[in-house]
Design a protein around this ligand. Sequence first.
Ligand SMILES: [Zn+2]
Length: 469
Amino acid sequence: MLSRPRSTTARSTIAGTARGFVTLLLAAAVAISGSVGAFAQNVPIVRDAEIEALVRDYARPIFKAAGLANDGIDIVLVNDPSFNAFVTGRRMFINTGALMTAETPNEIIGVMAHEAGHIAGGHQQKLRDQLERAKTMAIIATLLGAGAIVAGATTNSRGLAGAGMGVAAGGGEMAQRSILAYQRTEETTADRSAITYLNATGQSGMGMLKTFSRFQSALSLSGTQVDPYRISHPMPQERIANLETLVKQSPYVNKLDPPALQQRHDMMRIKIAVYMQGQAAASRLMRKNPGSLASRYGDAQIAYLYGNLNAALAKTAALIKEQPKNPYFQELRGDILMKANKPKDAADAYAKAVSLDPAKSGLLPVSLGQALMAIGTPESLKKAAAQISNGLGRDKENAAGYRYLAQAYGELGEIPAADLATAEGHFYSGDYRNAKIFAMRAQQKMKRGEPGWLRAQDIINYAPSGKTK
Ligand SMILES: [Zn+2]
């Protein structure tokens, strides 16, 4: 589940009690060009195996129908209450605000279908290519407004900096927060494509219509929150009317989401509420459907975060009894046991979560590794390093994971491996300067040409945005 803020420039400010649900407050050294290294911005990214798997399950059939089948789509959850979602190609960025707004899977799936329509239509391809090359952190920084600062600070505009500049030139302060802005004609094309994909996958367009109608209505203008999505996707009345016609022509117009998917969606929303918005917001959501599995899941999470660990364990045990194959209930059990200072039992729970996880998330082995580290025997430390490496193999950009890996190697006395792991962590956070320092330190104690040495050399040779520094 969601956990742990961290910072890359101010090293390891580990705050927050929640483990699984990982909130990474990343000081992204926005590595667009050498000259902007001084700009650091706290960037909130949410890492969570359950939510990432669900969002990927939403995207997969749509992307396949759009001919974009790409199993390796990275889901990047941005902790921002506004509505935004876009795809660069390999990565899908989606705000927690979008997930919280959507009452059904179909509403999010509709937006994904529309985004797939933009990709298939080749809209903003050049910008998308630039985004694809950029590091995740740099894109997030741009998303949340830092891009405009960065663009202003650089003399040459290329890559993301150029993108930030272009967006900034297109409109006011709000527009800076919307990376991909489309023409009205492109919206019509994307809507038509979206309906094609939804029909091909036997899904209704009503969710998309509901979402876009909400953006279009005067109501959304009166709110204090400005949704970047609405700014980047023009929604004149006429477009909504045309879309409505298309949606209602579909044979699947009244098709509802499968109940199991709706249940996962409800669990996700309550989880986001519990971890990101607090107990009151979660309780409000849970009251709408008291006694449901999602509400009881929220209840167990609230007990874990704010209440009594024994109660949390009992509530989680009841959930596990109901869905013994749910990896995220095991993960919650592991989180609770870690907080209760029972790393052995926690490791057992995480090991179950890893083995049950059909999505093969890289996050769960890292949690397992942390529990094994906490056990602290030489044997468990070795297993910890292996598990964390396994997790990082599945999920290279999990910068926090490298810190745990470095710690495990450090405790094992394997200092060059620890230095290389630290170098990787800095590298994937975009802090190339420290990455190189640690890569060089690692190389000094490694045999020339061995795999670790070669990887260190890659880091040393890496030049962001084609610049050498
Ligand atoms: Zn659009």
